[in-house]
Design a binder for this molecule. Structure first.
Ligand code: SF4
Length: 297
């Protein structure tokens, strides 16, 4: 059996950076809390827990004082930093620089939107940590768009500044922006100021992977996609795999592998989300190899 790992699989640099910062902080011997799970991958979360990283909820965070709290790659809204200031909490900021810059863009657009009586629309997943941070950057005035039906929340007589969560699908984002433009255009003769400014804020580490992933998926008989179930990037990239190859299977750990999946296959491709550590993908590939040998596949 030919078993290949997709070259682009493994942590994106933002997650890698956050994990490195966590490991560095823990090596100093002090207690470090992490606000929410550092990455949407239980196996990696448990590895860092064993090193001493304590994951806390927002409720627990508000009750803490005089300690160190790590902000993960997804970033946080300004209210988190205010709470930290009040409670003498030292923030170890591992916000991905790309998310940081997106938050800054939203803040600048908000200033313009206020001048022109416009709106900030954010395409993202409801409740996702990054989206909470982005809505916070919009000072609570952002309109969350999770699907086309949500576009009814926009006033199409006014200008719109559109942003996307960094890990959304480019195709879906393009579709959302096209529908907004159509609806604005339909009102433009009466409301000529209702322009649309689309900010291309999907992370290239994600969008750049899609075309390469598609080629990889097409050139293997069976695809094993490894990701935590809470990862929105994992869900999006798995959908890309499934659209290219119906024999694509989503797993979070090696014990979910079913040997029947490999029946009649000559090649297996192993890949994962930007929140899946490369070491786990390698481990899964080795496990598949052992299963194939055991079952004479
Ligand atoms: S996907 Fe991109 S924006 Fe998100 S953490 Fe990774 S590098 Fe940063």
């Amino acid at each position: 059996m030919k078993i290949d790992i997709e070259p682009g699989s493994g942590f994106c640099f933002g997650v890698e950076n956050a994990v490195n910062i966590a490991e560095e902080s823990l090596s100093e011997g002090e207690k470090v809390y992490c606000l929410g799970e550092i990455v949407h991958n239980d196996i990696e979360v448990n590895r860092l827990k064993d090193l001493g990283l304590v994951t806390i909820s927002y409720e627990e965070f508000t009750g803490l004082k005089d300690c160190k709290v790590l902000v993960r790659a997804h970033g946080e809204p300004p209210t988190t930093y205010e709470t930290a200031r009040k409670n003498n909490i030292t923030i170890i900021d591992a916000t991905c620089p790309i998310v940081h810059s997106l938050q800054d863009k939203i803040k600048r657009a908000l200033a313009l939107a206020r001048l022109e009586n416009g709106q900030i629309a954010i395409f993202g997943k409801e409740g996702h940590a990054e989206v909470i941070g982005l809505l916070g950057a919009a000072n609570g005035l952002g309109i969350l768009i999770t699907r086309v039906e949500d576009l009814d929340k926009i006033d199409f007589t006014k200008p719109v500044w559109l942003f996307s969560q960094t890990t959304k699908s480019t195709a879906e984002y393009n579709h959302i922006s096209e529908v907004i433009e159509q609806r604005l255009r339909a009102n433009r003769s009466k409301w000529p100021g209702n322009h649309l400014k689309v900010h291309n804020t999907i992370c290239r580490q994600v969008s750049g992977r899609e075309p390469k992933l598609k080629v990889f998926v097409r050139t293997h008989d069976v695809i094993i996609f490894v990701s935590g179930r809470k990862s929105s990037n994992g869900k999006m990239l798995y959908d890309v795999c499934l659209a290219e190859n119906r024999r694509s299977y989503f797993i979070s750990s090696a014990d979910e592998i079913n040997p029947l999946w490999f029946s009649g296959a000559e090649s297996i491709g192993v890949c994962g989300a930007t929140s899946t550590p490369r070491w786990l993908i390698r481990q899964i590939a080795e496990e598949i190899n052992m299963i194939c040998q055991k079952h004479g596949i």
